[in-house]
Every structure is written in structure tokens, then in C-alpha cells.
Design a protein around this ligand. Sequence first.
Ligand SMILES: C[S@@+](CC[C@H](N)C(=O)[O-])C[C@H]1O[C@@H](n2cnc3c(N)ncnc32)[C@H](O)[C@@H]1O
Length: 262
Amino acid sequence: MAVFGPGDPCLIFDRKERRYLIELIPGQQFHNHQGVLPHDEIIGREEGSTVKTSLGRSMTVLRPRLADFALKMPRGAAVVYPKDTGAILVWADVKPGNTVVEAGTGSGALTMALTRAVGEQGKVISFEVRDDHAQLAEKRISGFFGGIPENVDLRVGPVEEGLRELRPDRIVLDMPEPWHSVPIAATNLAPGGIFCCYLPTVPQVQTVREALDEAGVFLDVMTFEMMMREWTVGGRSVRPNHRMIGHTGFITVARRREPAGN
Ligand SMILES: C[S@@+](CC[C@H](N)C(=O)[O-])C[C@H]1O[C@@H](n2cnc3c(N)ncnc32)[C@H](O)[C@@H]1O
């Protein structure tokens, strides 16, 4: 039984399925045009319960999925969209026990997904150059997991420097100039390991692809983008939604081999 406790994130759904993300704090209240809902009314209840506001409106309370949390949490840096997160985890083949170097931590959305994927035996070492982003990400990651998990190591500083000391299985970069990390990845990424980056524009993709070619130790290099089109399904109206997220970023993945001759 998943019962809500103090500090837990909670997604409140109204009858029209509008959703609101809150952190449960004893003594605090959620207010909107449908009335007031004391957090204490939710704390101690099972996930999926329905509670009533002061105006008698029913609200259903659920734990946010990671995707809900990433899209709803207050953030500084732009997050990796959930449609892309899934593809990054699969095509970078991030699995339990992996050591992953990530940058920039940004708002921490991708860090949370990587953390779950590597499991308790794995490790995510995440670098962020901006102090303000690092602090906010720490807050968000802690808010989602109820503390910073032991398999996450949040570091402030440029990934290019941090990588010199590390020998990860995976490098996952969501930052404007990932190509500066490619020469270090070429020596420090474990053989067979995977380099992955997420970039919004074509010139950035071209530059990182050139860097990967020049490094001479990457193969199976692939760039792609993800489209997700939600559908409306109601009565006889079964059709794609009128709106969709048209563009987020291009995902590039590459595998490291031993240099020729080895
Ligand atoms: C788009 S955000 C990352 C968002 C993050 N992936 C998420 O899902 O929340 C890019 C971040 O990279 C950081 N950054 C830029 N260059 C960096 C570097 N060389 N090393 C570490 N972080 C860097 C920026 O400060 C920014 O916070």
C-alpha cells in the first residue's frame, strides 16, 4: 500500500483531469478556484484516493510519474522531454550497474531517469557548471526521491575536467558544446561504452559528428529524433491531437572501440 507521507510529491487531479503538482507539507494548504485542500487531508491516504476541497469538489491524488514530475516541476534549465528520455535510456543502453557521467545536470530531469536506470549497484556522476542550476537540481532530485539517492554524485564544474579522472560505461551530455568532451571520451570511456548527446540544432549535430569522426575510435554512430503524437479518443472522435511538440532535440549515440591495432 503506497501511503502519502510528509515531503512526498503529489499530483492532484480535478474532475476535468487538470493536474497540479505539490509537495506535501503538514499544516499547508492547496488553494485554487475549486476550494482549499489541506495537505494533512492527503498525508496518510493511499495513492489514488479521492478527497474533497472546502467547496466540496472531488480531487484524486496520485504520485507523479517521473515524466509528470519533470514536466511540472519548477525549473531553471530546459529539461529533456520524456519522449526523448526513454529513447536516450534505450539507445545509450543504460542499465543496472553502469557508471554514467552526465552533464549538465540542468534541472535534474535526466539525472533522475538515469539514476533509476542504473539501480543501486550503479552510479550517476552528474556535472553542472552553474551553481544556481546545480542547487535547484539538487532540490528537485531530492524532492522526487525523498533525499539524494546514494547512487547519485552531483558535482559542480565543467564535465570536460571531471571526465579526466573517470572511466565511465556511459557518457550522456545535454549541453550546448558536447564536442569538447569527445577527445576525453575517446580515451576515458570504457571500450564498448556509449557516448550519447542531445542537441537542439543541426549545426551542433554536425560539429559533434565531426568530432566523433576525428576521434577515430567511435563506431555505430547514429543521430535521430523522436516524434510523439498523442491521440484524442472520445466517442466517434478518434484522431491525432491538433497540437504536438514539434521539435525538442536530436539524439546522437556512438560506441567506443579499442584503437585500431589493439
Ligand atoms: C539544457 S540544460 C540540461 C537539462 C537537463 N538535462 C535536464 O533534463 O534537466 C544544459 C545545462 O548544461 C550546463 N552546462 C553547459 N556547459 C557545461 C559543461 N561544460 N559542463 C557541465 N555543465 C554544463 C548548463 O549550465 C545547463 O544547466
